[in-house]
Ligand binder design. Structure first.
Ligand code: 8X3
Length: 253
């Protein structure tokens, strides 16, 4: 088995939030990194500032042709992926089901579910050929519990939960570890994106209590991928201490 210092990790959604924090954390622990995102400039900055070897891929996970073309184009040094972090994902809107926009629904299902699959399959084929690999799917508490107006976002994350279980079953014979991290409220761009830049709506989500930080999740992901080979963290739910469920958040402390 290779040491961490030689392992290569591919992270989607690496230019912000949990993905970015994970890229930084992994760089500090000497992983080689394949960082994927939609913003060329942000990817470029990461490749020059992180103190490890970095290869960047710029694509939108919704574009299946581009995803497979780019994943096939990995240079030899980066083509053996030991760790895949399926992180790219977001929420669009928070509306009663009768009011939801079809564009928002398409975006969430296309990115959180179909995009995850488009990225995962080519990497899974490589992992099967290598007879090793570790996949971490970033789910959500929304994948465990539905909340009012969460409808399609929650459905997309329930799908991630199903796919996490499915991948673990289908890849069991190939020695590939599969596990999900399901965070509750993490203070990132998440609500900014969900509310389409409306800060009046986005800011209060993380006010009045200490929300999880992206670094908290990165730390947990690092823990998961540095366990001995026989240990697979299959499914992990993490919330801020102030949060008990999707709707119970203690803002009085
Ligand atoms: C993010 C957690 O509760 O905002 O996936 O849906 S929540």
């Amino acid at each position: 088995k290779k040491m961490n210092s030689n392992k290569t990790a591919l992270i989607t959604g690496a230019t912000s939030g949990i993905g970015l924090a994970t890229a930084k954390c992994f760089a500090e622990h000497n992983f080689n990194l394949v960082l994927c995102g939609r913003n060329t400039e942000k990817l470029q900055v990461l490749s020059t500032t992180l103190a490890t070897s970095v290869h960047t891929l710029c694509f939108d996970v919704r574009d299946k042709t581009e995803v497979s073309r780019q994943l096939e184009s990995l240079p030899p040094k980066f083509s053996a992926i030991d760790v895949l972090i399926n992180n790219a994902g977001n929420a669009h809107g928070l509306d009663y089901i009768q009011d939801g926009s079809l564009e928002d629904w398409d975006a969430m299902l296309d990115i959180n579910v179909k995009g995850l699959l488009y990225v995962a399959q080519p990497i899974i084929k490589k992992m099967i050929a290598q007879n090793s690999g570790h996949i971490i799917n970033i789910g959500s508490t929304a994948g465990k519990e539905v909340y009012p107006k969460g409808n399609v976002y929650c459905a997309s994350k329930h799908a991630v939960d199903a796919l996490n279980q499915a991948m673990r079953m289908d890849l069991n014979a190939h020695g590939i570890r599969v596990g999900a991290i399901n965070p509750g409220l993490v203070e990132t761009n998440f609500s900014h994106v969900r509310f389409k830049g409306n800060e009046q709506k986005a800011k209060p989500v993380y006010e009045g209590y200490k929300a999880l930080q992206a670094e908290d999740i990165a730390d947990i992901i690092l823990f998961c991928v540095t366990r001995p080979y026989h240990v697979n963290i299959a499914d992990l739910v993490v919330m801020p201490t102030a949060q008990a469920s999707s709707t119970i958040i203690n803002k009085t402390q």
